[in-house]
Ligand binder design. Structure first.
Ligand code: GLN
Length: 333
């Protein structure tokens, strides 16, 4: 264990979510997210003072279900500025859990830093019986202050687990054990200290070509969800509104219904990239298996879920339009 010569200096950025929520009645679990400011959340957890020197900033105050690309990018740019300062060692971001995996992944792909960045949320509002927010926040700050988190990319901490932003996804609508990574968490919080068992294998943050400091909008990329009786109308609508890529969340190994092929082929001819992924939360897509991707000039999203595939595609399109290079990006990050 590294001996610390001084306390970590950590900026906690508030963005809303349930961790900033308060109950709307005395019975049941109804509540309003994004009602408490970040300073109120921090003031309720005096244990934070024992871990690090804390500064705070309210960057957004939203239900994360409402988040838009420009807001994620503004948060990314502010995080980047703070991390560039010598007097900040790490950033913790409180965030609604609905879109946490998306914002965290965007920062994981684009921040040029080795300093720890840790996302944290909660499933119960701040004034609930057995609220999980305070414990999760203490754990997030503990991880952010840890030398073991340096160079690990963006992390997400909830329910005593540490996840990589690349893999983490929300997997339960109401349970506190909602964050899940298909390949498992990187580590746990045990007896108040982080214990890591492995590191992300894929390149991230300072090792990617994506520069989110210079972006205030992302290329328009949309998702369509495959189902029995799916029709082509949604594809035509997206193409007519100027989408640059369509993420097709197919059944199984990214299957595409035969009736969809002519419309998707026409979209590709019009310049729209087609990215096959799966509506199933586990497993990767095999190129040229269910569909002849080489013939169609389509992409496959490796093991990325549709919402993560959207962000990687959008960032990739800021670098290249070449199918082969875009596909390499999916195999790399
Ligand atoms: N548990 C949560 O944080 C979900 C609350 C809210 N919908 C949000 O994502 O901001």
């Amino acid at each position: 264990m590294t001996a610390h010569t001084r306390r970590s200096r950590i900026a906690i950025l508030g963005t809303g979510g349930t961790i900033a929520g308060t109950r709307t009645g005395t019975d049941g679990d109804a509540y309003r997210p994004a009602s408490l400011g970040i300073d109120e959340i921090i003031a309720a957890v005096p244990e934070l003072d024992h871990i690090a020197d804390i500064t705070s900033e309210q960057v957004l105050q939203i239900d994360s279900a409402n988040i838009e690309d420009h807001e994620m990018l503004a948060l990314a740019r502010r995080t980047s500025q703070l991390l560039a300062a010598d007097d900040i060692d790490a950033v913790v971001i409180t965030h609604g859990t609905d879109a946490l995996e998306e914002t965290a992944y965007l920062l994981h792909l684009g921040l040029k830093t080795t300093k720890p960045v840790v996302f944290v949320g909660s499933m119960r509002p701040a004034d609930a019986l057995s609220a999980d927010g305070p414990r999760n926040l203490v754990h997030a700050v503990t991880v952010a202050a840890s030398a073991q988190a340096i160079g690990m990319g963006v992390l997400a901490v909830m329910n005593d687990e540490v996840h990589t932003a690349r893999d983490v996804t929300k997997a339960h609508s109401i349970n506190v054990a909602t964050l899940r990574s298909p390949h498992g968490p990187l580590g746990h919080i045990v007896n108040g200290a982080p214990v890591f068992y492995r590191a992300p294998a894929r390149s991230h943050t300072y090792l990617t070509p994506f520069d989110i400091d210079t972006l205030d909008q992302l290329p328009k990329v949309d998702i369509v969800f495959a189902h029995a009786n799916m029709t082509t109308a949604v594809i035509d609508a997206l193409v007519s509104t100027g989408t640059e890529a369509i993420i097709h969340a197919g059944m199984g190994n990214g299957s595409v219904a035969a009736r969809m092929i002519p419309t998707l082929t026409a979209a590709r001819t019009a310049g729209v990239h087609i990215v096959r992924c799966s509506r199933i939360p586990n497993g990767s897509i095999i190129r040229n298996a269910a569909v002849p991707d080489d013939t169609h000039d389509w992409l496959v999203a490796d093991d990325q879920n549709p919402q993560k595939a959207r962000l990687l595609t959008a960032l990739a399109l800021t670098r290249t339009q070449q199918t082969r290079e875009l596909q390499d990006i999916f195999w790399t990050y």
